[in-house]
Design a protein around this ligand. Structure first.
Ligand code: SAH
Length: 343
């Protein structure tokens, strides 16, 4: 394409270095390109895919949610989280989601459409652009980790997500040079797609949103469980761990009196004991219209204790971005600003 625009082909690599390596698509910043060529090249090859509609920050500016509008008016959100040792971008893989989990705001809204590879990657490039030279916690703020935990079911948009993983992890100029180990793909448990991902022999982390150890409850919390049961989902996770050597992350949103019983902790512990897995407990975040709430502290502590008694490593997720509706399960991408806490 570059040659077709009357430029020497090596300019493709120069453009890629600007976009993937320096997080910029702005012609005026491409000083290694001849002045007259900058604008036509950038316009033809790096068109604006996402427009930032709104940005909200909290946690002292270390958490930032961006609402993006696509060329056809679809709305998606991404969340940037800065920590002392890393900068994590949580990206959307679809506008909306078709999985219909009743405790998740995205699932309640339904699926608008799949995002393209470029729309996924651009959330990190544009969303991370301000961070490259931003010195926080004594270190530069380049995006180091990417989690596919925003809107959508990544494995229901397999080809675009896989291509995005390659763009993120291939070295500059082919990609952004992020370590495969620092990329996490989270799924409700689409078993055939997990098998396919295992066969790619990547070193990305797989997260499985389990939320219940028994089919009776999981059928209601994660409706796709009616198609692929807990045993099949976990078997595919262990196959993924064996194929990649990567520890699988089991996501479990703790919902008061729904899935936080001691016997469920024991059942989960027995299913995971001895496996290459750890449990990431997520205190349920509030979503509009949901009657459910987070577990009582005592129930959460007991849940952790019982998993640990089975020898299963457990962490409780430090949930960022709640007051900007930017936490797990809260991304709904409405053009309305969230109602402040204490409504
Ligand atoms: N569809 C994929 C990617 C989304 S990841 C998946 O389900 O894994 C978002 C994570 O937040 C999932 O583990 C999801 O189950 C969890 N989640 C959804 N709603 C939540 C809520 N209200 N509180 C806490 N976690 C929630």
């Amino acid at each position: 394409m570059v040659a077709g625009l009357g430029q020497p082909p090596f300019r493709a690599s120069q453009l890629s270095r600007h976009y993937f390596g320096r997080y910029t698509d702005r012609a005026e910043e491409m000083s290694d390109l001849p002045r007259a060529a900058r604008e036509p090249l950038a316009q033809a090859l790096l068109p604006r895919l996402l427009t930032a509609e709104r940005e909200l920050s909290c946690d002292g500016g270390t958490t930032r949610k961006t609402l993006w509008r696509t060329f056809d008016g679809a709305l998606v959100e991404s969340v940037l989280m800065r920590y002392p040792d890393r900068v994590t971008m949580c990206v959307s893989s679809q506008a909306g989601c078709g999985m219909a989990c009743p405790f998740c705001a995205t699932g309640q809204a339904g699926l608008t459409r799949n995002l393209t590879t470029a729309e996924i990657v651009d959330q990190i490039v544009q969303g991370g652009a301000g961070e490259v030279d931003n010195i926080v916690f004594g270190g530069p703020g380049r995006v180091s980790n990417v989690v596919f935990m925003g809107m959508g079911e990544p494995l229901a948009n397999y080809n675009a997500v896989l291509a995005a993983v390659r763009r993120l992890t291939d070295p500059v100029p082919e990609g952004m040079g992020i370590s495969q180990r620092s990329v996490t793909v989270s799924t409700v448990g689409l078993v055939p797609a997990i098998a396919r991902l295992a066969a790619e022999r990547l070193s990305v982390t797989l997260a499985v949103s389990l939320h219940a150890p028994d089919d009776e409850l999981r059928d209601t919390l994660v409706p796709v469980n009616r198609r692929w049961k807990v045993a099949e989902v976990l078997a595919s996770a262990w196959n993924y761990a064996a194929a990649t050597g990567r520890r699988v992350s089991i996501e479990y949103a703790l919902i008061r009196d729904i899935n936080d019983h001691a016997w469920r902790a024991d059942l989960l512990g027995s299913l995971l004991s001895g496996r290459l897995a750890h449990v990431n407990l997520i205190p349920l975040n509030p979503t509009p219209g949901s009657k459910w709430t987070a577990s009582r502290p005592a129930a959460q502590r007991e849940f952790v204790r019982r998993l640990e008694a089975h020898g299963v490593p457990v962490t409780v997720r430090d949930t960022r971005g709640r007051e900007i509706d930017g936490a797990c399960g809260q991304l709904a991408a409405s053009a309305r600003p969230p109602v402040p806490a204490g409504r």
